[in-house]
Design a protein. Structure first.
Length: 660
């Protein structure tokens, strides 16, 4: 069974909001269940307004596809109500038993869960349609569309979305339909916008014949990921699968408001709704979850039930660092364990992945999870083999197009083979602490030698941590986040207070209006040939945030840390309510993937560092971003009040660069 019945509050506080200059109550949404000719029908209303009527094609909003058979409505003939939850069915179709549950999660949010149990092996797909009685602007998360458009969440499709939501916005409100995480639907998840037909839909598969999904060298330096995908859900005899969708309503004056409203809807449904920042970051993790279906070059399945991708453009791959941070953001034990199991050696022997793996193993062990002792030892031996006098010297990546690249997470920057990037060194110190806790032969002298090596990289004349030992006059803003993670996990400072605060003050003097450049000349200007985006002088949120968090650990007053974090988050979400792969330091537009994976780690880092510093109560940064976006929390529910929010520029989506 997939259903977990929860008691629904009998009353909710209804906020009175000033929406687009007009005062009105928060937008409610409710299902209207009726019976016609022995069949249960479901419509949706908002006050006196009909949002979605009863569809002749699917009276309850559920349509079944099977190979070689025309789509047919799923007809439910019975209705029961328990603790405020409406359950339709069960009904039987072609060897499948289906039950449909409707739950009023908030006055503006309806959660719908379809349970499908197979008596014998089955292939099928479900369409959850919403035929609207409203006119308005139709949009996906990325933006408005006027023509019929199908979006997928799998790389290679003509249109992709990370956040599977489709919406219609009237002059003062938005109504939308959201799909569950693709990872919970065997990676088959599409959303349909059909403005001419006034129709929104979520699909659990598009009925396609098998087709290959493949990444192989040279696109990846040396690993192959392959899978024969098709457009059908498959169940074995006796197997049950559940499909959850959400219908929501909210005040909204523009596309940005509609995007925020979609975030709040999922967060309210899932219970990660202390603030809009938590909502956005944990939703990002949730929608980047994938079933680990890809096989290797020998067509053998890989370990681990789940992975976290960095974004649809990167395909099936999971970096250790991205899997680590995204799992921490989702904070789901099963997904954390399974995504950790999915790590294999050739994802670990470059950049800082082996270091992350050791730190991740510590967190797994502390939580009572099982550690892969073989991989832990191999990661440890690898980092020690590439250590010289306490400094980590990353080797070239086998198969890489540029042997001097792929030495740090910001992988397009070249470092000589005898150089030590400061970014890696921070993680190296943390990884040695992790190895010691895991029982590997690490002495305190080993750790101190690495810490002293890290401190020795600091450029005292320039007043900053340079990008590496040899590139001393190049300012790096990815140089402290290993120290930040180390403090969050182990409570140990790696650098001196003076080094961290000096780097912070120097960086603040030369930063752009759109954040810190991940790499720049000493005066903050772009390196020759750099464009101000991605690794070429773009601003990466997690780096900036980690610098501010670490400055707080080393004595920067909390109110100054909070102000810097709030301003940087405001820049990050100025165009779209999402934490991005990077933003341009020239004009602030998002670059690369929107809703990028590793930023979810900020939610965990902020929480852990506040705990270690004894900071209690609501997070002032979260409260400030809520205020700036017009988000309020009443009786445990996040609601949008966009009245005071100025018009925003629509996001600018750019070509997505590829990592190996």
């Amino acid at each position: 069974m997939c259903f977990e019945i929860q008691t629904i509050p009998s009353t909710y506080a209804i906020l009175v909001l000033s929406v687009c200059g007009v005062s009105r109550a928060a937008v409610e949404l409710r299902p209207v269940v009726a019976h016609a000719d022995g069949v249960v029908t479901v419509a949706y209303r908002s006050g006196d307004r009909l949002v979605s009527g009863v569809s002749a094609a699917s009276p309850a909003g559920v349509e079944l596809w099977r190979p070689g058979v025309a789509p047919e409505p799923v007809l439910f003939r019975t209705e029961t109500v328990r603790d405020g939850v409406i359950e339709l069915g069960p009904t039987r179709i072609a060897g499948m038993t289906l039950r449909f549950r409707l739950e009023q999660k908030t006055p503006s949010l309806v959660q719908r869960t379809l349970e499908v149990t197979a008596d014998a092996a089955q292939r099928f797909a479900i369409t959850f349609g919403l035929d609207l009685a409203l006119d308005g602007e139709f949009a996906s998360f990325s933006g408005p569309e006027t023509g019929r458009t199908l979006y997928d969440t799998v790389r290679g499709s003509p249109k992709t979305e990370t956040f599977p939501v489709v919406m219609v916005r009237t002059n003062d409100a938005v109504f939308g339909l959201i799909a569950d995480s693709p990872g919970l639907w065997e990676n088959r998840c599409q959303v349909l916008l059909d403005p001419p037909a006034r129709r929104l839909a979520v699909l659990t598969g598009d009925g396609r014949d098998p087709y290959p999904l493949i990444i192989k060298p040279p696109e990846d330096a040396r690993d192959t990921y392959q899978y024969q995908m098709d457009g059908w859900q498959s169940l074995a005899a006796g197997e049950t699968r559940c499909f959850t969708t959400w219908i929501f309503a909210s005040p909204a004056c523009n596309q940005y408001d509609a995007q925020v409203a979609a975030h709040l809807a999922v967060a309210n449904a899932k219970g990660w709704n202390n603030s809009v920042v938590e909502a956005i970051l944990r939703n990002t993790s949730f929608f980047l979850l994938r079933r680990n279906l890809a096989h290797d070059a020998n067509d053998q399945p890989r370990d681990g039930r789940y992975i976290f991708i960095s974004g649809p453009g990167y395909g099936w791959k999971q970096w250790v660092s991205d899997g680590f941070y995204t799992a921490l953001g989702l904070d789901d034990p099963e997904k954390t364990i399974e995504s950790n199991r999915a790590v294999f050696w050739t994802r670990m022997d470059y950049e800082d992945n082996a270091h992350y793996y050791l730190i991740w193993a510590v967190l797994m062990k502390r939580a009572g999870g099982q550690v892969n002792e073989r991989l832990v030892r191999r990661a440890y031996e690898f980092i020690r083999h590439n250590e010289k006098d306490g400094l980590y010297v990353p080797p070239p990546l086998p198969g890489a197009s540029n042997p001097k690249g792929w030495k740090t997470y910001h992988d397009v920057l070249p470092y000589d083979d005898d150089d030590s990037p400061a970014s890696d060194q921070g993680f190296h110190c943390g990884a040695l602490l992790a190895a010691q806790e895991l029982g590997l032969p690490v002495t305190e002298q080993d750790i101190e030698r690495a810490i002293l090596g890290y401190r020795s990289l600091f450029n005292t004349e320039r007043g900053f941590m340079p990008t590496s030992r040899k590139l001393r006059d190049t300012l790096g803003q990815d140089t402290l986040y290993g120290a930040t993670l180390t403090y969050a996990v182990f409570g140990r400072k790696l650098l001196t207070d003076d080094q961290v605060l000096t780097h912070y003050r120097t960086s603040e003097k030369v930063k752009t209006p759109y954040g810190l450049r991940v790499i720049s000349q000493a005066d903050g200007s772009l390196l020759p040939g750099h464009s101000g985006v991605y690794c070429y002088g773009g601003s990466w949120f997690l780096n900036d945030a980690a610098n501010y968090l670490l400055a707080g650990v080393h004595g920067l007053p909390a109110d100054e840390v909070d102000a810097r974090l709030a301003d940087r988050i405001a820049q990050e979400i100025a165009r779209v309510p999402a934490f991005n792969e990077s933003i341009s330091t020239i004009d602030g537009h998002p670059h690369g993937h929107i809703l990028y994976s590793w930023n979810s780690g900020y939610w965990w880092l902020r929480r852990e560092i506040r705990r270690r510093l004894g900071q209690t109560g609501p997070d002032p940064v979260d409260a400030e971003i809520d205020r700036r976006l017009g988000v309020v929390r009443v009786n445990g529910i996040l609601t949008l009040n966009p009245a005071a929010i100025a018009p925003r520029t629509e996001p600018s989506l750019n070509a997505i660069p590829q990592k190996p």
